[in-house]
Design a protein around this ligand. Structure first.
Ligand SMILES: [Zn+2]
Ligand SMILES: [Zn+2]
Length: 193
């Protein structure tokens, strides 16, 4: 099983903290039309067993690659997420379908699979948009040229679309936003109230 972590020690010795570090392969994610690539992630933390459960706490580090919101060039996005997840051992003889709702994190034998957990946490952590540089000139909306490399004259010619057609909110028209981040921002602002 890829991305599996053996938790037998933590199960055998409840109450004792076991430090660990492991690498997790994270599949590319489709985030509303954009494919986000993840480099192998590094999870460093501790395991703590209690009865039929093992808590995984630590820090997940990964470098994602997203497209620049203006010119679509790939941009490296370092991510660091804190992890606090609990995995439960299935009762003997219980079928997978019998698992109660919300008990998605299972201990299979003496192993836990970190694939889904890591991917979910990283997707939520993706920024709403990235820029290759603050001064990125973006693609020409008329001819599609990368205006960082080519200085086409489309925008200079069009009187109704002057140079620097940035909207008042600081975004360029047609930029891709990440709804997960927007959702997260809403959740965070709720907590502050
Ligand atoms: Zn750019
Ligand atoms: Zn142009």
């Amino acid at each position: 099983m890829p991305n599996a972590l053996n938790v037998s020690q933590a199960l055998k010795t409840p109450g004792q903290i076991f430090p660990f570090s492991t690498e997790i392969e994270v599949e590319d994610a489709d985030v509303f039309g954009e494919t986000v690539h993840f480099a192998p992630a590094e999870l460093t933390g501790t395991l703590l067993g209690a009865g039929d459960t093992v808590s995984v706490r630590g820090e997940l580090r990964c470098e994602a690659t997203m497209a620049c919101a203006r010119c679509l060039r790939p941009v490296a996005v370092p991510l660091c997420v804190s992890v606090d997840e609990r995995f439960s051992r299935r009762r003997d003889g219980a079928e997978e379908e019998d698992a109660p709702e919300g008990e998605a994190r299972c201990i299979d034998g003496a192993q836990i699979d970190l694939t889904d957990c890591a991917r979910e946490l990283l997707v939520l952590e993706l920024p709403m948009r990235v820029l290759c540089s603050e001064g990125c000139k973006g693609l020409c909306p008329i001819c599609g040229a990368d205006r960082n490399e080519v200085s086409c004259t489309c925008l200079a010619d069009a009187s109704d679309a002057p140079e620097g057609t940035e909207r008042p909110d600081g975004r360029f028209a047609g930029e891709v936003t990440n709804p997960f981040s927007a959702l997260k921002a809403m959740i965070n602002s709720d907590e502050e109230v």
